[in-house]
Design a protein around this ligand. Sequence first.
Ligand SMILES: [Zn+2]
Ligand SMILES: [Zn+2]
Length: 204
Amino acid sequence: MSRDLKDRYAPPAWAFAFHGHRCPFMPLGYRMGVMALQHLALERDLDHTLHVICELGEGHPQTCLMDGIQAATGATFGKALIEKTYWGKLAATFWYPGKTAVRYALRPSFLDAFGAQEFFAWRKRGSEPSAIPADVTDAAIAWTLAQPDDAVFAIRESPDFSYQPPKGSFQRAACSVCGEYVFERYVRIRDGKPVCIPCAEQMG
Ligand SMILES: [Zn+2]
Ligand SMILES: [Zn+2]
């Protein structure tokens, strides 16, 4: 394996600890995130600026990609910097104000070759990643790290891509029905009083 690729793209141990198991897709997402930061000339996001729009969905494999993207970029679910389109595609667009957005997609030819790794035979037989022998998993991870960037990713700048971050606000109101606090943009008004969304839906 190329030392250089391995050093640049291998996720740190804490990223595996956060993810919960060793698998090849979290590292691929990590690599995608590292490459996107380099492309956009950004550091990992400490606060709330970068935004990542993932084209993945649910009920399909390989969504582990998104934990790697979060670990690499700091665009985390908790900071509301990452979202899904539910298109069921292995791609993500990275947006930063004042820069041209860039989309990374896993190439079909890469995914076909990747699918021949023994790791996937275990997955298709129903084994969860944590139950797959470490040498099988590590071989799959090492194989992905050894593939050149161009073989793994189709990269496209998206000058027309636009994203409008929601306007931030610290304002909140107590729901007049359940008494719980609701942040401003989610407050609904019923009979002239603030209510939360679940209570508004109960009122019909
Ligand atoms: Zn995983
Ligand atoms: Zn309520």
